[in-house]
Write a protein that binds this ligand. Structure first.
Ligand SMILES: NC(=O)c1ccc[n+]([C@@H]2O[C@H](COP(=O)([O-])OP(=O)(O)OC[C@H]3O[C@@H](n4cnc5c(N)ncnc54)[C@H](O)[C@@H]3O)[C@@H](O)[C@H]2O)c1
Length: 385
């Protein structure tokens, strides 16, 4: 294959941006041939913008997949649909790229991963576009090469996802248990939870506190503090909210050979000349400092614009196409989606039950707790109506 024919399922805010990446020629060796949406308004948009370029429209995703017009699909519908549609696509011979999060609960995502594993001839990816950010990539190199040393602590404060009441009042599927399956954890944070595990590995337990509707009139969580323990003895803290302004986006990793801080678009790596363990074994001073050097990296405004236009979503799409044509390794394999979602589900479960949650957790208990919240939400909206 030298040109991949793409279909996009769900052409709302994100899906329509993906469409334009194809029609503006940003995705090499690929062509957009079909789109699907259930909304008449999106159909009209597709008729105006895409039909003149020969892109077919479907209002049923199965009909798009069965049409024979595509080799690959990108799924950009609300989260609950991602595993359902991906399983159908993979079972019908489509290379499949899903938007984040992989799904709402791990049980469905596990089934999707098993289907994908049964089709090794198909490429299966996830839109973890922040994995292309060069600061996180440098951090990954430091972790993988051993240059950072054994991680002792990983902390991320990500409270700059500011969303006012007006955002939640838009209605639709967002910010509800039934439409979305959660709040800040499932909508805004899948990228950070993925990077958290990509850099720090998977925790073995989670203890969390999550507040529902803090300073906002919503049913889902928008303020979370989670404490994680790792098999190595390391610990982690993940804090997020949508009601702090201006908020913070700061990742800190303390390790045996140095400290890494990524604060927004600035990275500082303090590299110790001798590991703390070795230093401590021989040092006789009471209050010493370990000799170190600082490495700094920064993404300026131009770099941020370039990242947004050419490197993040566009980068994942080009990498996905190249994986189909040239067998290039994926930046974000689809099977990885379950990892960040496992942390997300474990945080929810711990906050709901008030208990420490060991990973792997009881997936049926998670679903039962989620269903309880969906039922309460339905009951409350009936009372309001
Ligand atoms: N990677 C990123 O940076 C990023 C950014 C924003 C959104 N997203 C993800 O993209 C997904 C969509 O988000 P959005 O903001 O575009 O939402 P949206 O509501 O604007 O778009 C979703 C579209 O899916 C359509 N849809 C719903 N059910 C459908 C069905 N059964 N068949 C076909 N179409 C259907 C809707 O009509 C809508 O047009 C979400 O999972 C979200 O997390 C990712």
């Amino acid at each position: 294959m030298n040109k991949v024919r793409f279909g996009i399922i769900g052409i709302g805010k994100m899906g329509s941006q993906h469409c334009l990446r194809f029609t503006n020629g940003l995705i090499k060796n690929a062509v957009l041939t079909a789109v699907c949406d259930i909304s008449p308004e999106r159909k009209k948009w597709a008729e105006e913008k895409l039909a003149p370029k020969g892109v077919a429209f479907f209002d049923d995703y199965k009909a798009l997949i069965d049409s024979g017009l595509t080799d690959a699909v990108l799924i950009a519908t609300p989260h609950y649909f991602h595993p359902v549609m991906a399983i159908y696509a993979l079972e019908h011979g489509q290379h499949t790229l899903i938007e984040k999060p992989a799904g709402v609960y791990t049980k469905a995502v596990r089934e999707m991963n098993e289907t994908a594993a049964g089709h090794p001839e198909l490429v299966f990816g996830i839109m973890y576009n922040q994995r292309t950010n060069k600061l996180y990539r440098f951090a990954k190199e430091l972790v993988e090469s051993g240059r950072l040393g054994t991680i002792k602590r990983i902390n991320w404060i990500i409270t700059n996802w500011y969303r006012p009441q007006a955002y939640y009042d838009q209605g639709g599927w967002r910010g509800t248990w039934s439409g979305e399956g959660g709040g800040v954890l499932i909508n805004q944070c899948p990228h950070q939870l993925d990077l958290f595990q990509w850099l720090g590995g998977m925790p073995v337990s989670v203890t969390a506190h999550a507040e529902v509707g803090k300073n906002r009139n919503i049913n889902v969580e928008n303020d979370v503090t989670a404490f994680m323990e790792y098999a190595s003895g390391a610990t982690g803290v993940f804090i997020t909210s949508t009601h702090d302004f201006p908020g913070t986006n700061r990742l800190e990793i303390d390790a045996d050979k140095g400290k890494l801080v990524i604060d927004g678009s600035k990275l500082t790596f303090t590299e110790l000349e001798i590991s703390e363990t070795e230093f401590n074994a021989t040092n006789k001073k009471f209050m010493p400092r370990i000799p170190s050097r600082k490495i700094k990296k920064r993404i300026g405004l131009l770099g941020q614009a370039k990242m947004f236009l050419f490197e993040q979503h566009t980068g994942i799409l080009n990498n996905f196409v190249s994986a189909i044509i040239n067998k290039t390794p994926l930046i974000a394999p689809g099977a990885d989606g379950i990892k960040g979602l496992t942390i997300s589900n474990a945080i929810h479960l711990s906050a709901w039950t008030g208990e420490k949650v060991e990973i792997p957790f009881d997936e049926d208990k998670f679903i039962a707790e989620l269903e309880k919240r969906k039922a309460e939400e339905k009951e409350n909206s009936k009372k309001r109506a």
